[in-house]
Design a protein around this ligand. Structure first.
Ligand code: ADP
Length: 241
């Protein structure tokens, strides 16, 4: 699904955290929202999810104005930094959750749910882990379960808020490779927030560089790295080894 963000502004009290943000995201793109802490990345992601209201502007999904549509009706999968798995449910139940709570009309049968969950668990390479509880998994495994759970409801858009932020460097590297592979298979329009330049350059189709509530530059990794449009982008991307 294509996403158009048009002239979005947002303040908390007297502080303007998003200042006239406009961007077009094509269907199937994997986008990194990159910037330092406090630049407005999470707020923009929450606005796209419908978890946060906006003061001005419009959000279109495939040309349709969804600015006032509830989060539930936006067909979005969400993955947070701190894998919000249900602790009292095992891996199978966690991934199946979104399917089981559907309204009766659209709820798949028990057999279909089983098939779907097994398919997703093999996709995230956790097919032998379905009976485990979150406390029995490593951080990277939990985050893979969170991704499988987000994909179970066949979202049109996948929003990831610092998905690998809490993990150590080696696991982060593995997971971002794997996110890229997964994206190549699923083609779900995906936006992930990161403050890690290397992660954005390594994984994204295009990078949106944010600073102080504004977009500094939008471009492919090569474009923003080779041809930074402002001193900020130059400095922010310049210290990648
Ligand atoms: P980032 O994700 O880039 O770190 P955020 O979108 O989380 O940035 O925050 C942008 C700014 O908005 C920060 O100054 C932050 O303190 C402020 N902010 C975020 N959420 C709230 C809120 N619910 N109430 C007040 N201020 C907030």
């Amino acid at each position: 699904m294509g996403i158009q963000i048009k002239n979005v502004s947002k303040s908390f009290g007297s502080v303007k955290v998003l200042k006239d943000i406009s961007v077009d995201i094509k269907s199937g793109e994997l986008i990194a929202l990159l910037g330092p802490s406090g630049s407005g990345k999470t707020t923009l992601l929450r606005i796209l999810a419908g978890l946060e209201g906006l003061d001005e502007g419009t959000i279109l999904f495939d040309g349709e104005d969804i600015t006032n549509v509830s989060p539930k009706e936006r067909k979005i999968g969400f993955v947070f930094q701190h894998y919000a798995l249900f602790r009292h449910m095992n891996v199978f139940e966690n991934v199946a959750y979104g399917l089981k709570v559907r309204p009766r009309k659209t709820r798949p049968s028990k057999k279909e749910i089983e098939r779907k969950v097994n398919e997703l668990l093999s996709l995230v390479k956790l097919e032998n882990f379905q009976d485990r509880y979150p406390s029995q998994l490593s951080g990277g495994q939990r985050q893979r379960v969170a991704l499988a759970r987000a994909l179970a409801v066949e979202p049109k858009v996948l929003l990831l808020d610092e998905p690998f932020g809490a993990l150590d460097a080696k696991v982060r590297k593995e997971l971002r490779r794997w996110l890229r592979q997964l994206h190549n298979e699923f083609h779900v329009t995906s936006i992930f927030v990161t403050h890690d330049q290397e992660e954005a350059l390594d994984v994204a189709d295009r990078i949106i560089v944010m600073n102080n509530g504004k977009i500094e530059q939008i471009g492919t990794p090569d474009e923003v790295y080779e041809n930074p449009k402002s001193p900020f982008v130059y400095d922010f991307l310049g210290n990648v080894n």
